[in-house]
Ligand binder design. Sequence first.
Ligand SMILES: Cc1ncc(COP(=O)(O)O)c(C=O)c1O
Length: 392
Amino acid sequence: MEYKTAKRMDSLPFSEIRAVMEKATKMQQAGENVIHLEIGRPDFDTPEKIKEAAYESLKAGHVFYTSNYGTPALRKEIAEWENAHHGTDYAAEEVLVTVGVGEATYASMAAFLEDGDEVLVPNPVWLNYIHVPSSLGAVPVTYSLKEENDYQIDFEELESKLSDKTKMIVIVNPSNPTGGVFSRETLEKLSEIAIKNDLLVVADEIYSQLVYDGTEHVSIASLPGMKERTITLGGFSKAYSMTGWRLGYMCAPKEVIQACVRVHQYTITCASSFVQDAAITALRDCADDVEAMRQEYQRRKDYMVKALNDIDGISCNNPHGAFYIFVNIKSFGMSSFEMAEYLLEHAKVALVPGAAFGSEGEGYLRISYACSYEDLQEAAARIKKAVEDLKK
Ligand SMILES: Cc1ncc(COP(=O)(O)O)c(C=O)c1O
């Protein structure tokens, strides 16, 4: 049979980083010792208390559908957590529990974007923010985040991208892939623009707890006039090391939640019952576990930023959030895909070509330090040697 996929599939390509990943996996299967710095997931186990809470929930027979919105107890806990940590004032009714931030992204865009609507998205960015709006018939219009601006927004450029079709602005704060954290000043300026142009803001704050060097994480929804136009996305995957549990949420005014829940209702129904119960324990009892992981990320980042900057020809800024370093490799005149392939073959280190995250990522590689300190030490030594060989 000839399978004629829907036209919208044209805007859903396979991930460009697959080639590198597949090669890395094949090398590993062939017995090569590949160090994985390409993976955007924590290397820690989920804290034991969270697992215990899931077992208890299952034992108590919480095995059925919950409300589409999520359990009342978890919605309340999320609202309280957001308010306490981000200075917002959400009520439980302003929370929708989702299957990860991935689903929250889809629901918020499917609920609001029409054919031809434009969405301002960062470049570089986690690619869902390009492919989800395009698959919905909307148009992602990118604004640049540049190393020389410490990955803050260039407002002159952003304003030049506004049109009468612009409906939404996406921010990812802290950022995947740059590790950049928007300053309060950046967010205040962005708020002015959003208010003046009557735009919705989708604020992906999945990495909000992973900030370093005393950096303040500011939630745009806490700024004056912003709650009504912001959809804040948060989740459990990163800070609590729960990527496989698939749980996230959005916080937004009730009318926004009412729109998004209809997308969610006809696709997901609800997040898993016992995972929702376990998430209450995560929010209530696991601040120490999160802090311990954060401190370990800080230690790894400090090591890796220095080690990379000590290598001739490559450099990086000091990223203040998430668990990524965006490494500048421009001096070699190779594309980021070529360099990633070279390092995979010659150093047996897998990392992601920056161009996979958008055109502004060309000339960079994304390194994830969500792996052991020892792996980072070994990777830095191997990268140094491979890069020196290249210069010969
Ligand atoms: C910025 C960003 N948002 C969302 C996600 C996905 O989150 P979740 O596991 O909650 O779907 C990721 C995962 O890499 C991410 O980097």
